[in-house]
Write a protein that binds this ligand. Structure first.
Ligand SMILES: NC(=O)c1ccc[n+]([C@@H]2O[C@H](COP(=O)([O-])OP(=O)(O)OC[C@H]3O[C@@H](n4cnc5c(N)ncnc54)[C@H](O)[C@@H]3O)[C@@H](O)[C@H]2O)c1
Ligand SMILES: O=c1ccn([C@@H]2O[C@H](COP(=O)(O)OP(=O)(O)O[C@H]3O[C@H](CO)[C@@H](O)[C@H](O)[C@H]3O)[C@@H](O)[C@H]2O)c(=O)[nH]1
Length: 439
């Protein structure tokens, strides 16, 4: 099938490349010429394991191209995916819909033939219905243009695997206007459906809410364990052992119970805020007040990390602090709302000299936080450090042993913001080890 994908960021570039991998002819569309130039050259403009191979293979096979031309895209296919950003509005909780709206405003007037636009971006409930109205009004093909919603659940770091082997596919269709969305989606995902991936067809609002609720649940699970970590700290208990123990209960499960400096990234933080804002607009604001606390617990973990660094150094003024990790999670170069960079920035504001090292996220970190100092390796970052903070659990940090750093640091003091190292190993080597929520 011929498919376009509007927006070629973390979601869109992955979706475009993976749809080509499934055998479709795909045209990726973006407004960023630098991003398009890279993609056309077979380079992924961000770090995502395994994506470059898929991209290169499908460009070489002639199944994947990129363009900035909406005219070309409108002409190319009857199936269009929409995957542009929905960031938090400046100074507000609500999501900014300007990129999503702009795609419809530009694309719809070019649709002279029937077409289906499948939204993949994470949007406030009610968006799909609104965009459907807008598209039908603007398109020469009128009622022949449908908007359906096909939310995306991929995780950065596992984006290719999650797209080609998802847990489930969800499709929201306009029940008031039965059309071709389900039939075309079944064609697009035929190979996955043959593999018996669950395919749930819902109304538009339910599909939008599935996505918002999934992220709200994941954020809540992380903040739950981080709240318990606060109690563990007060009681001298170990949250990592506790998480293992409660995680054995299948009703609870061990995943997403890793206590530490909490969640960040381009999804969970902004999505729970947008969900609260939308519930408020719908008059259901009471329903989601607990998400405010989920957000508060999450932000408190960052502050706690700064406190622990201050305690370790006596005073942060003039201290040398090594920060290992800048990405919001390992196997990604994404620093959007990164807890690690937030902590590094707060510590620097309190007068410390902060040296940051991350295996993949240095260019993005420099662009976002130009005032921090950046090192080219773990050892460089730890040179003369009064305290070492592990803030993203990259494998190369998890594999560190005390002997690697013994002769480099000024003081043998380590704070493990992701509870990813062994307290015993570091303490036995004469280091002061602190974790979050463990003695
Ligand atoms: N990143 C993820 O892991 C992930 C997973 C699931 C859902 N989502 C959702 O997907 C959406 C996109 O997220 P992302 O992380 O890929 O964002 P991103 O910022 O990486 O990518 C967005 C892309 O859209 C492009 N764009 C902006 N306006 C455009 C326009 N008018 N026409 C064409 N392209 C345009 C931008 O240039 C950019 O390349 C968001 O709603 C996000 O919540 C993201
Ligand atoms: O036990 C845990 C698990 C995660 N995190 C943190 O939570 C954040 C988010 O992690 P993760 O969910 O793995 O990353 P994302 O790539 O942001 O993926 C989330 O957001 C995407 C965008 O909506 C969804 O598609 C995914 O299903 C959803 O997991 C990161 O900062 C992690 O460090 C923890 O602190 N503890």
């Amino acid at each position: 099938m011929r498919i376009t994908v509007f927006g070629t960021g973390y979601l869109g570039a992955t979706h475009a490349a993976c749809m080509a991998e499934l055998g479709h002819d795909v045209l990726g569309v973006d407004v960023d010429p630098a991003k398009l130039a890279k993609l056309e050259a077979g380079e992924v403009p961000f770090w995502e394991p395994g994506l470059e191979e898929v991209l290169k293979r499908n460009i070489a096979a002639g199944r994947l191209r990129f363009t900035s031309s909406y005219e070309e895209a409108a002409e190319f296919a009857e199936v269009h995916f929409l995957g542009v950003g929905t960031p938090q509005k400046r100074g507000e909780y609500a999501a900014d819909m300007k990129y999503v709206d702009s795609v419809i405003e530009t694309l719809a007037p070019l649709l002279t033939k029937p077409a289906v636009i499948f939204g993949k971006s994470t949007v406030p409930v009610g968006t799909a219905e609104r965009l459907g109205r807008m598209a039908r009004e603007l398109a020469p093909a009128g009622d022949g243009v449908e908007v359906a919603w096909n939310p995306e659940f991929l995780r950065e770091g596992y984006a290719v695997k999650d797209t080609l082997h998802p847990d489930r596919l969800v499709l929201g269709v306009d029940r008031a206007r039965p059309g071709r969305a389900e039939e075309l989606a079944r064609g697009v995902y035929a190979q996955l459906l043959d593999e018996k991936i669950p395919f749930l067809v819902t109304d538009l609002a339910t599909a939008e809410l599935v996505k918002a609720s999934a992220n709200a649940f994941l954020a809540t699970k992380i903040s739950f364990i981080n709240a318990i970590a606060e109690v563990c700290e007060a009681a001298g208990a170990d949250v990592t052992v506790l998480a293992d123990a409660i995680g054995h209960d299948e009703r609870i499960g061990r995943k997403f119970l890793n206590a530490g400096i909490g969640f960040g990234g381009g999804c969970l933080p902004k999505d729970i805020r947008a969900f609260m804002a939308r519930a408020g607009e719908l008059g259901a604001d009471q329903a989601l007040t607990f998400l405010r606390e989920v957000d508060n617990i999450n932000m408190r973990r960052r502050t706690r990390m700064v406190e622990l660094a201050r305690e370790a150094c006596g005073s942060l003024l003039g201290a040398r602090v090594a920060v290992l990790g800048a990405a919001f999670k390992p196997d990604s170069d994404d620093v959007r709302d990164s807890p690690a960079l937030n902590v590094a920035g707060q510590i620097q504001l309190q007068g410390a000299s902060v040296n940051v090292y991350d295996p993949r996220a240095m260019p993005n970190s420099r662009a976002l936080f130009p005032t921090l100092s950046y090192s080219s390796s773990t050892l460089d970052a730890c040179e003369g450090a009064d305290v070492v903070l592990v803030l993203t659990e990259w494998n190369e940090f998890k594999e560190l042993v005390p002997e690697d750093l013994d002769d480099v640091v000024r003081a043998k003091s380590l704070i493990d913001g992701r509870n990813c190292l062994s307290p015993t190993v570091w303490r036995e080597a004469g280091w002061t080890y602190r974790g979050l929520g463990r003695p």
